[in-house]
Ligand binder design. Sequence first.
Ligand SMILES: Cc1ncc(COP(=O)(O)O)c(C=O)c1O
Length: 391
Amino acid sequence: MAVPRYLGILFSYGADSRWELEGQVESHAAGGVGGVMRIDDVVGSVRRGIRAMEGYVPGKQLSGGTYIKLNTNENPYPPSPRVLEALRQAVGAELRLYSDPMALRLRETAAELYGCEVDEVIAGNGSDDILTIIFRTFLGAGDVLVTPAPSYTLYKPLSALQDATFKEIPMGPGYTLPEDLDAHGAKVVIIVNPNAPTGVLHPRATLRAFLERTQSVVVIDEAYADFAGEHVIDMLKEFPNLIVVRTFSKAYALAGMRLGLGFARCEVMAEMMKVKDSYNLDSLAIVAGCAALQDQEWLQEIVGMIVRTRTWVQQELEGMGLYVPPSCGNFVFPTIPDGRAAEVFEALEKRRILARYFRGPLVKDSLRISIGTDAEMETCLQALRESLTQG
Ligand SMILES: Cc1ncc(COP(=O)(O)O)c(C=O)c1O
């Protein structure tokens, strides 16, 4: 039976304390016949774009068990002891109070570290929150979001949520930035740098050249920049269309805390601030974020260990005859020959080693393997060797 419709009237409480008529909207309803609404009608009321889209599928997260977990680019080392101490101090009766909606201390600490204005910084509940804020701020129905492919798989569902048009432009040879990236009518171009899942770094000069010619808003997702030793936050001064996104989930070893940062010019940030949830960071996350940024020594130490392990793993994989794009992240992305990537992924899982396998046409022949401890990687390399020779 067709869902009956009627013209409802939406009221809202105005800033001047009077009930105001906002306008007439078309809404689904059970036809005004009374009774409890049917589940089909409720689901039928969901926005068409949401029903049509596929939700984001995060990497597997396990509770307990004895897996070697190399599937979501977490840090194998713990967060700074200063973070843990600050958290212990912060757990108490004060949690009854709301957190600072502007996360001012964290933004000030970040501004000092990166040499920018506090009003150029936004803090978020993970960098996924920052990405959501950016998509909501800039993209409406029909606006075009362009990303070089392959890249972070969250961008597609975030575009769908905005009814925006998502366009992937295949990377050039060696996973370099596509030359025609600015030829697709993008309102927003988003580039992961170093790229995920490949690990390849687009040098600052390449990004600068792109920023000099493009008329799009350019988002650089620097989730893995701490492992690369270079970033573009300083370029905000030159390019008003630049937005940079950072996470604490990788190099700072705080994936479970959900912390991210965004950087943009003050005028842009003022708009983004309107879009965020009011209390998007909890008090403990703010405390943890400040302590983490203040302990750069710890960061450098654990990043150094991961980079050393990555260099060794890359060489070992190449020694097995595999192509591995040069990684500047905390993961590697070897190509598995003979169309056997899915099979090898499963063989690893049977040995309780979790890697990440993506099914898309540009990525289906590779596995993304996070860099764990030396011992974890030794086990993983051995399992890979065996799986490859058992073919
Ligand atoms: C490129 C990229 N951006 C953003 C994120 C999200 O990180 P967060 O944990 O801060 O939400 C990830 C997570 O894997 C990522 O790979």
